[in-house]
Every structure is written in structure tokens, then in C-alpha cells.
Design a protein around this ligand. Structure first.
Ligand code: NAD
Length: 502
């Protein structure tokens, strides 16, 4: 791989990496140092239109390319990503802030989607039934839609683009990707590998930018479907705007994830899981643990939870032994601090305060240390708003039923966890809880790619998820064929004005 994208993020249009003609650029900053790593263009609308036109043209031949040939490119891509994993992780940590191990995890979770795309053939098969009437058979085709677009957030610059374009293009679509403008460099390395793997010119295109570029994708007549992952406000806007323009849309959005701790849970394992899920990636995961719901006697476990959280090391992501890296930007840090301040003002008990953390050698980094609030109530901002930082709120309830009622009353529905050693309790919980992704003794239940990401309620708009079988449904149109072949050429038949087939 070359380092050609390490300074200026290029556009990728019709198989070529090109410099944008825009006059508007944004710096890409290292969140641990504020060092400028490069810059990203806010592409012009003409450039967006050229990318869409290239994708439209490429679709004409790409959707006719045999599915085995499309899968073979994915096979090559998975090999290239694996080979270049460390190099991509280095860039990802520099621009995003997460630890190197977590950066590799980010790439690995996306890589698994590419692996799954290598066997899409069995998922894109249609259905067939013979003899629905005399000489009449019915069958379905899962046909690609045309040009699809993806809009991705800053927190997983490898995994989330890989949720989208491999499945979209292996199904026979062409694609325009709009990565996060905050950390596009690692995403561009993946795009470079896709080109090297043999994705033909125009099949995958990349434009950079913000609202203007996104709105163009949502309204352009040649875009058939939009996958969005990001905040609730923007995801709702994208869903509404693209929906009004007749597109198929899926928006995976913000969250407030709870874990319920039952008194019979394995204490040590549970507390380790809570600390990892709340503070890993500095809390910047859509599936991060935000609220611990302690049932009954587990209220006595809180001190030990705090002790464990105190041992976490805050440092730059590339430093060895770092547990918590910086949050993405000074603005994100200011938002997290403001929310912590609101928790104090609203009367929550601040057991661990990460506001004033100092990191030697990285005085300019956007660091926030692990923060724990006890005695949180549902009317507080720290309960109601997605914090997207290393902040855990603790709520105490008496029973499992109380915990379920509390969580079901929260508008978000991305992920939830339960810690218990009772199968019966787990079964009651999984049935009664109204959240799309449930972990039983698993704090961050992100499904593997053979399933789909199934966030629900306020965390998602649209029916189908971004990878797995649901992605094949999302990126294809079911066409149903009803055909009749006359085996008896002598038969005359008769005019029939009823609806039945006979
Ligand atoms: P964001 O909504 O700010 O940005 C997402 C994308 O939208 C980016 O590409 C950005 O350039 C673009 N964008 C920003 N403002 C826009 C506007 N006004 N109009 C049109 N487009 C705009 O999100 P983020 O801060 O990058 O990511 C964090 C959010 O993403 C969190 O809320 C997190 O929960 C969510 N997220 C959700 C999932 C999920 O699967 N549900 C996964 C990861 C992240």
C-alpha cells in the first residue's frame, strides 16, 4: 500500500483517486495531540454528481458480472485487509484515538462482513414453486437496485464502511460512500485495497463532505438506496429527506444502552464486563454501556466497580497498556464535560470524576477519564441523552420487573445486557425486553455478520439491518415471475375474465 492518502483525502471516482477542486477543506486532527494529520475536502456538488454518474454507468456491466466473479473480488479484498491490518490500525488510531488493539478490532469486525460477502450466492438465491396452476410456475429474482450510497460516522471508520459497500456491491449494486469527515484516512486505505482487489472502475466511489454532500445523495434521482449510520438527529433527517425522494433508507442511530445486574450473577465477571463496556473506546460506541441497572443486593457491588474503573489507564491510543484513549475532538470533550456537570447539578452522586484527567506528554489531547455516577434518576440529562464518552450512570431497582419496565420506557433500543446465572430469568428477560439486541452475560451484543445488526425503536429507522441476510434484502429488489408454458400445443383454451389462474 502507498501512503498517498495520508496527507490529503482524495475523492475516488470512476476508479481514480483525484484531488477535489473545492475551496473548502477541513483539517484531520490527531485527538491525542491536535497534530494535523491531513485534510479532507468538502466535495463540490458537481463532483458528487460525477461520482453518481460513474456509478450509474458502471452498474450497466457490473450487475451482469457473474456472482462468482463478484465474490472472488471480495475474497481478494479480505486477504488484502488481513495483510494490511496493522498499517490501517496505525492510521485509524492516529486519526480516531482508540487504542491500537481496539483499532484492529474495528477492522476485524468489518473484515468479517467481507468474509461473509464471499459467500453471498446462497443468500441471493430466489425462490421457486412449480405448478401453482396448470403449466404455471412462480419464482423470484433478488435483483440489485442500482446506485446505492452510504454515509458513515467517525467512531468506526473501518467497520461501518465495511458493513455497507462489500454487501452492496457483491449483490450487484454500485456504490457512493461518504465517510466521516473527522477520520477518513483509514477508510480511504480500505477503498484503496478494494481497488487493488479488482473492484472495477465506477463500482465503488467516494466523496467527502458534510451536510451539503449528504443532502445531494439523499435527493439525487439516480440514487436508489441509502444506508446511514450516525447520530439520531442526522439519521432522522436523512431518513425523511431520502424517503421523500423515493429511496429505500436504513438509518442506524444513537443509543442509551443498559445492563441489568441480578444478585445471582457472577460478581467478578460481571464487574469486569461492565467496566470494559462502559469505558472501552472512551465510551464512543453506539453499543457502549451507558446505564447499569443494579437489582436488589447488587447495590453493594458499586464500590468494587469504582475500584476497577480507577485502574484504567488514560493515554494516547498508540501507547502500550492504554485502556482509554481521547474522545474524537475538543468539541466532543466539551460536550461530555457539560453533561457530567449537569449530572452534578441535578444531584447525581459523582463516585469517580474523569473531568480533570492529565496525561503526561499529551497535554493537548481530548481526554476524559472514567466517570461514574450513582443514584441517577430517569429525569436527569445524563440518563436521557446519549453522552458518547466514558460515563456510566448507575440506577438501583428492587426487581427484574422494575428493571424491564425502566428500560422499555427509554426511547432508544440499540442494545441491552443481562447478567445472571439463571436460565429462567434470562428467558423471561429476553422475551419481555423491547430492545433489538440482547446480551445474556455479554455486555456488547453486536451480532456476527451471518445475522444482522438489529437495533430497534429510537435507535433505528427502516426495517432492515446493515449486514447479514437483511442487507441482502435491503440491497436487492424482489422480482416475482409467474410464467405459463403450454405443453399441449393442440389445446385451444378459452377467454377467462376472472382473476384465478387455473
Ligand atoms: P453524525 O450524525 O454527526 O455524523 C454521521 C455522518 O453524517 C457523517 O458522515 C457526517 O459527515 C454526516 N453529517 C453530519 N451532520 C450532518 C448534517 N447536518 N446533515 C447531513 N449529514 C450530516 O455522527 P457521528 O458523531 O459521526 O457518530 C456518532 C453517532 O453515531 C452516535 O450517535 C452513535 O450512537 C451513532 N452510531 C450508531 C450506530 C448504530 O449502529 N446504531 C453505530 C455507530 C455510531
Amino acid at each position: 500500500m502507498s501512503n498517498m492518502h495520508l496527507k490529503t483525502a482524495k475523492l475516488f471516482i470512476d476508479g481514480k483517486f483525484i484531488d477535489s477542486k473545492t475551496t473548502e477543506w477541513q483539517d484531520i486532527l490527531n485527538p491525542a495531540t491536535q497534530e494535523v494529520l491531513g485534510r479532507v475536502p468538502m466535495a463540490t456538488l458537481e463532483e458528487v454528481d460525477v461520482a453518481i454518474a460513474a456509478a450509474k454507468q458502471a452498474f450497466k456491466t457490473w450487475h451482469l458480472t457473474p456472482i462468482q466473479a463478484r465474490m472472488r473480488i471480495m475474497l481478494k479484498l479480505q486477504d488484502l485487509i488481513r495483510t494490511n491490518m496493522k498499517e490501517i490500525a496505525g492510521v485509524l488510531t492516529a486519526e480516531q484515538g482508540k487504542t491500537l488493539a481496539d483499532a484492529e478490532g474495528d477492522i476485524q469486525r468489518g473484515l468479517e462482513v467481507v468474509e461473509h460477502a464471499c459467500s453471498v450466492g446462497t443468500l441471493q438465491m430466489g425462490e421457486y414453486i412449480e405448478g401453482v396452476a396448470r403449466g404455471v410456475d412462480t419464482y423470484t429474482l433478488q435483483q440489485p437496485l442500482g446506485v446505492c450510497a452510504g454515509i458513515t460516522p467517525f467512531n468506526f471508520p473501518a467497520m461501518i464502511p465495511l458493513w455497507m459497500f462489500p454487501m452492496a456491491i457483491v449483490c450487484g449494486n454500485t456504490f457512493v460512500l461518504k465517510p466521516s469527515e473527522q477520520d477518513p484516512l483509514s477508510t480511504m486505505m480500505l477503498v484503496e485495497l478494494a481497488a487493488e482487489a479488482g473492484v472495477p472502475a465506477g463500482v465503488l466511489n467516494v466523496v467527502h463532505g458534510g451536510k451539503e454532500v449528504v443532502d445531494r445523495l439523499c435527493t439525487h434521482q439516480d440514487i436508489k438506496a441509502i444506508s446511514f449510520v450516525g447520530s439520531t438527529a442526522v439519521g432522522t433527517h436523512v431518513y425523511n429527506l431520502a424517503g421523500q425522494h423515493g429511496k429505500r433508507v436504513q438509518s442506524m442511530m444513537g443509543a442509551k444502552n443498559h445492563v441489568v445486574v441480578m444478585p445471582d450473577a457472577h460478581q467478578e465477571q460481571t464487574l469486569n464486563a461492565l467496566v470494559g463496556a462502559a469505558f472501552g473506546a472512551a465510551g464512543q460506541r453506539c453499543m457502549a454501556l451507558s446505564v447499569a441497572v443494579m437489582v436488589g443486593e447488587t447495590k453493594n457491588w458499586v464500590n468494587q466497580l469504582v475500584e476497577k474503573a480507577k485502574t484504567l489507564k488514560v493515554n494516547a491510543g498508540h501507547e502500550p497498556q492504554t485502556d482509554i484513549g481521547p474522545v474524537i475532538s475538543p468539541r466532543a470533550k466539551a460536550r461530555v464535560i457539560d453533561l457530567i456537570n449537569s449530572g452534578v447539578q441535578e444531584g447525581a452522586e459523582l463516585l469517580l470524576d474523569g473531568r480533570d484527567v492529565k496525561v503526561n506528554g499529551y497535554e493537548n489531547g481530548n481526554f476524559v477519564g472514567a466517570t461514574i455516577f450513582n443514584q441517577v434518576s430517569t429525569s436527569m440529562r445524563i440518563y436521557k441523552e446519549e453522552i458518547f464518552g466514558p460515563v456510566l450512570a448507575i440506577i438501583h431497582v428492587d426487581t427484574l420487573e422494575d428493571a424491564i419496565a425502566l428500560i422499555n420506557a427509554n426511547p432508544f433500543g440499540n442494545g441491552v445486557g443481562l447478567f445472571t446465572q439463571s436460565g429462567a430469568v434470562a428467558r423471561t428477560f429476553q422475551n419481555a425486553i423491547d430492545i433489538g439486541q440482547v446480551g445474556i452475560n455479554i455486555p456488547i451484543p453486536v451480532p456476527v455478520p451471518f445475522f444482522s445488526f438489529t437495533g430497534s425503536r429510537g435507535s433505528k429507522l427502516g426495517d432492515l439491518g446493515p449486514y447479514g441476510k437483511q442487507a441482502v434484502q435491503f440491497y436487492t429488489q424482489t422480482k416475482t415471475i409467474t410464467s405459463r408454458w403450454f405443453e399441449d400445443t393442440q389445446e385451444k383454451g378459452e377467454v377467462n375474465t376472472t382473476i384465478s389462474l387455473r
